[in-house]
Write a protein that binds this ligand. Structure first.
Ligand SMILES: Nc1nc2c(c(=O)[nH]1)N[C@H]1C(S)=C(S)[C@@H](COP(=O)(O)O)O[C@H]1N2
Ligand SMILES: [Mo]
Length: 414
């Protein structure tokens, strides 16, 4: 059968079926080795082989499946639980979760932004134990896909976009522990001339519309790398799960999920700006109103809000219905959240729970008095500490990034 593999979501679904067929035939080991080739000339072979698109169980009551990706169901979020448990964290895989032996694992740093300008063959190496023995830091931060809420460009605004049609569940908040990237860069001999670092993953090369794009990798300015970026080896107090980057991933607080490279094996440090498909052909805004080469690369995530409710939820009629939800922004803390239960004719403030972390979400609740039986649309909108708001509509971009408009959430009171 022919599939339109130019559509990322179709591609991911087809790919996931191929994986499950291969693993049933017991061919996984052999075929996965194909994906474990060289990242680029001079790089060491990776210790990784693919373990499958996603390793952890994906109970349908917790996840919506999108091929190699899995979306959190907001109705499964436990209201009193601030952090997203590792087993419930959404997964966004370009290819498949690799299985990496921590004893064979090496993080390799090289490039003309390091003292002595080591080439890829003379990289400075750190083992898993080396990284774990450096002074650790912890940050509570969301990781959110820049395509989160992409589906609403189509369902709410009637616009065509390509990519996984997520609702609002391509986000999770974790407590990440690891070594600051700054520490490792300094140990490796960072020079004042360095401007960009390029972490790349040990998962298989990404193939888009038949074109090999190479290892998943995305340049990060040295300024951000030195500010608050972690090389994380723990999520919520346990070693990273395979699907979330074991043994080590990058965590870039507040930024597009793509910056937080999982299974990081290699970091080029350069004295000139670096480019990869992930800051040129992806993760820029394209289409009408944007330059032909796209906008500046996407960095910070925008403001969004979600109700802890199923899509088309049935809500038993009561005198007072307590609605709970969360709002978040890559720009900073959430200052105010408002809810409308009358299609936006009137807005009332939600009550914010005690605020927690700079880079996490804000929980809130709203009492809906005497809802009438029948269909309703619930709206929530937030403002962050920089004054950024959620608009009624989001200007279109062809890849469907950064949908930050107010989401119209349908419910029925029964
Ligand atoms: N090596 C590698 N890193 C990656 C990806 C990937 O496919 N491979 N996906 C990126 C994207 S697009 C997102 S949104 C986040 C998702 O992180 P999670 O799967 O832990 O939720 O990882 C990022 N890091
Ligand atoms: Mo993403």
């Amino acid at each position: 059968m022919d599939h339109d593999l130019t559509d990322e979501s179709v591609y991911d679904a087809v790919r996931a079926r191929q994986w499950s067929r291969m693993s049933r035939r017991g061919l996984l080991r052999g075929s996965a080795a194909l994906g474990a080739g060289l990242a680029f000339a001079g790089a060491a072979p990776s210790p990784a082989r693919a373990a499958g698109p996603i390793v952890k169980p994906l109970p349908p009551e917790w996840f919506v499946s999108h091929g190699t990706n899995a979306e959190l169901r907001w109705e499964s979020v436990r209201t009193r639980e601030f952090l997203t448990p590792a087993e419930r964290f959404f997964v966004r895989n370009h290819t498949a979760t690799p299985e990496i032996d921590p004893d064979a694992y090496r993080l390799r740093l090289w490039g003309d932004g390091l003292r002595g300008a080591p080439g890829p063959g003379q990289a400075v190496e750190f083992g898993y134990g080396d990284l774990r023995s450096l002074p650790a830091e912890t940050v509570t931060a969301a990781i959110e896909c820049t395509g989160n809420a992409r589906g609403f460009f189509t369902t709410q605004q009637g616009q065509a976009v390509s990519g996984t049609p997520w609702r609002l569940g391509a986000i999770g908040v974790g407590r990440w522990r690891g070594v600051p990237l700054a520490t490792v860069l300094r140990h490796a001999g960072l020079t004042p001339e360095a401007v960009d670092v390029l972490p790349s993953g040990l998962d298989a090369e990404y193939v888009d519309k038949g074109v090999v794009q190479g290892r998943v990798r995305r340049p990060l300015p040295v300024s951000k790398a030195l500010e608050d970026v972690l090389l994380a080896y723990e999520l919520n107090g346990r070693p990273l799960p395979p699907d979330h980057g074991f043994p080590v991933r990058v965590v870039v607080p507040g930024w597009a999920g793509i910056a937080s490279i999982k299974w990081v094996g290699d970091i080029q440090v350069a004295a000139e700006p670096l480019f990869s498909p992930w800051n040129t052909r992806y993760y820029r805004l394209f289409g009408a109103g944007h330059p032909p080469e796209g906008s500046e690369p996407v960095t910070r995530q925008n403001v969004k809000s979600a109700f802890e409710l199923a899509w088309d939820a049935e809500i038993p009629a009561r005198r007072r219905v307590v609605l709970t939800g969360r709002s978040w922004s890559g720009g900073g803390r959430i200052r105010r959240v408002e809810v409308s239960v009358d299609e936006g004719a009137s807005w009332r403030p939600a009550v914010l729970e005690r605020a927690r972390a700079r880079y996490a979400w804000q929980r809130w609740r709203y009492v809906w008095e005497r809802p009438a039986k029948g269909s309703h649309v619930l709206l929530a909108r937030a403002v962050d500490e920089t004054g950024a708001v959620q608009p009624d509509t989001e200007p279109h971009n062809t890849l469907g990034y950064l949908f930050g408009a107010v989401v119209r959430h349908p419910v029925t009171v029964v």
